[in-house]
Write a new protein. Structure first.
Length: 584
């Protein structure tokens, strides 16, 4: 069983426990374990078999045993037991943005509402007002959350879809006669969420591939099965479509099924003007002779274009840029030299010691890490004196390690509803890297949210604006925000905007990245790691940046350590000068 499915079951256990009055500490333990497993960069099944699963942060012996059940049998007795106590539709209500277990329990147990349709009807009729702590404003908010939920329905976050696709491809590559097996569609274009998974296989004999595919572990139902294609639905809920092609057509098919539709239409139109036909079977001239198709590059070469990376194929100017030889040299994960948003045990939700973070960073080739634990507005966050002591500890460890990697003392400081920062400016100015973030009142209207962020950027103390829109994929929409105004102020103030690489955030998104590039505002790709293994999450942010047309020169943490620190110090020096000239 893949990590994503294990994490889903653990999360459901937490929900079921909360709905049935379970121990709050147990609920939190399952939630934490689900998050750790969901974003763990490698499969946890081998860890279980080697007896090392309980060594992961947040995974105790009890939960490790439950994970082991899932790995060994695909089932968990605790989950099955709890599931008999709660109607299935009640769990779906918990996925509504801003609707917590107390509200769901109240409408289920008090009003007999057991699914989304019933909740919507209760809101529209006014019956939901009979539930404790639900007024007219709350009822309207629940209705809006239902609409947003339906708009997201059927889509899976990229990192989970990738895990399922990679596991299936690994098995299909073992089928005799298979020469290539790749993902296509929106997954290959690295869209932040996907509606289904498209897989292509090159083989002269499709039968064994189709049979192996429909009988894979994790398949809940075979939806269709033909000579060269098949569709299944996984237990995780997502549909997977397979096509098997002869090797001489694989490149053309990979291009065709990668899409997007708009990109494909533009390229086929260009081919027609040149007297060519491009399809999933190859590239053909007017006489119907094949002129290419085994390699994807054949398609672009035939129409006189350089290879266009999959992430750019959205019909958003990539054909024109290719014609003008102006395609960006997209940023690569290897271009990133460090990470400017990392959490340790010093504040509430970090799970690794400084030494563990440094060791993992060094193993990954990171040349610097900014340790940016939470400020005091967050639960168990750091106040001024504790932050100064923590910064001293970071710098002392950096000295002991000889800068391998270089450790920067920083903070993730909350932007309060007023736009003020959560810590005094004199404390913030003593740090190497200040990352500012909004964590509260994320549903404020656009003018208020925009001015809140603008005020924080103009404080002079901020180096990076973290996860600028506050979104959580699949559960929370982006905050309303005038991004153009934020970018304009960020450029004036010398502040970078973050692409937060936590798989459930990916914030800024690709459209925001492209806007930042156009505005001349640098981007930082940060892991927001809360334990050492999550330092590997940078790759997710790189995919977003590539979709946003970013090059290495657009990304601040591609700079070498000395140059980066000079850049950060110039910002701090500018702040001190401004403060000195404005202080009466």
């Amino acid at each position: 069983m893949e990590n994503a499915e294990i994490a889903r079951v653990l999360s459901e256990i937490a929900d079921l426990l909360e709905l049935t009055g379970g121990n709050p500490f147990k609920v939190r333990a399952y939630r934490r374990a689900a998050q750790v497993i969901d974003v763990h960069p490698s499969p946890v099944a081998p860890l279980w078999r080697a007896g090392g699963l309980a060594e992961l942060p947040g995974i105790g012996e009890h939960i490790a045993e439950k994970i082991g059940e899932l790995v060994d049998t695909g089932e968990c007795r605790e989950h099955a037991r709890l599931a008999t106590q709660v109607p299935p539709g009640v769990l779906e209500m918990l996925s509504l943005e801003g609707v917590g277990p107390k509200t769901v329990a109240a409408v289920w147990k008090g009003l007999g509402v057991s699914d989304l349709a019933g909740l919507e009807a209760a809101c529209r009729s006014g019956r939901v007002l009979e539930a404790p702590r639900v007024g007219a404003v709350r009822a309207a908010a629940i209705l809006a959350a239902i609409e947003r939920h339906r708009g997201r329905a059927g889509r899976m976050p990229l990192h989970r879809a990738l895990e399922h696709a990679d596991a299936i491809l690994a098995r299909l590559r073992q089928v005799p006669g298979v020469s290539r097996a790749e993902a296509a569609g929106s997954l290959r274009r690295r869209k932040e969420t996907v509606g289904d998974i498209d897989l292509l296989v090159a083989s002269a004999d499709a039968g064994p591939v189709v049979r192996a595919f429909t009988r894979l572990p994790g398949v809940a139902a075979a939806l269709a099965e033909g000579p060269t294609k098949a569709s299944v639905r996984l237990r995780a809920g997502i549909q997977v479509d397979l096509r098997v092609l002869p090797p001489e057509s694989f490149g053309a098919a990979l291009h065709y099924f990668t899409g997007s539709k708009t990109h494909n239409i533009a390229l086929r139109t260009r081919a027609m003007k040149l007297g060519l036909k491009v399809s999933e079977y190859g590239v053909f001239d007017r006489a119907g002779r094949r002129v290419g198709g085994a390699a994807e590059e054949d398609v672009f070469r035939a129409v006189g274009l350089p290879f266009i990376p999959p992430e750019l194929r959205e019909g958003a100017g990539e054909i024109e840029a290719a014609e003008a030889n102006a395609l960006p040299r997209l940023v690569e994960e290897s271009d990133l030299l460090g990470d400017l948003h990392v959490h340790s045990r010093a504040s509430s939700d970090g799970r690794s010691e400084l030494e563990e973070l440094a060791a993992r960073g060094r193993a990954l080739g990171r040349r610097y890490l900014a340790v940016t634990d939470h400020s005091r507005a967050r639960p168990l966050g750091l106040d001024g004196p504790h932050l100064e002591a923590h910064a001293a500890a970071v710098r002392a460890l950096d000295a002991r390690l000889g800068g391998r990697p270089r450790l920067l003392a920083g903070v993730e400081v909350d932007v309060l509803p007023t736009g003020e920062l959560d810590l005094p400016l004199d404390v913030l100015r003593g740090l190497d890297c200040v990352v500012a973030a909004v964590h509260s009142r994320l549903a404020d209207p656009a003018p208020r949210m925009t001015e809140r962020i603008v005020r924080a950027l103009r404080s002079g103390a901020v180096h990076v604006l973290a996860h600028p829109t506050g979104r959580a994929l699949g559960s929370r929409d982006p905050s309303a925000l005038d991004l153009g105004r934020v970018l304009s102020v960020a450029r004036e103030e010398g502040v970078a905007l973050e692409v937060n690489a936590m798989p459930e955030r990916l914030d800024l998104g690709d459209v925001g990245c492209r806007a930042a590039r156009a505005a001349g505002v640098p981007v930082v790709i940060s892991s927001d790691a809360h334990e050492a293994s999550q330092l590997e999450n940078l790759r997710h942010g790189v995919w977003v940046a590539r979709r946003g047309w970013l090059e290495a020169k657009d990304v601040l943490n591609t700079l070498p350590p000395d140059e980066l620190q000079r850049r950060l110090r110039r910002r701090t020096a500018r702040t001190r000068t401004r403060t000195a000239t404005t202080t009466p």
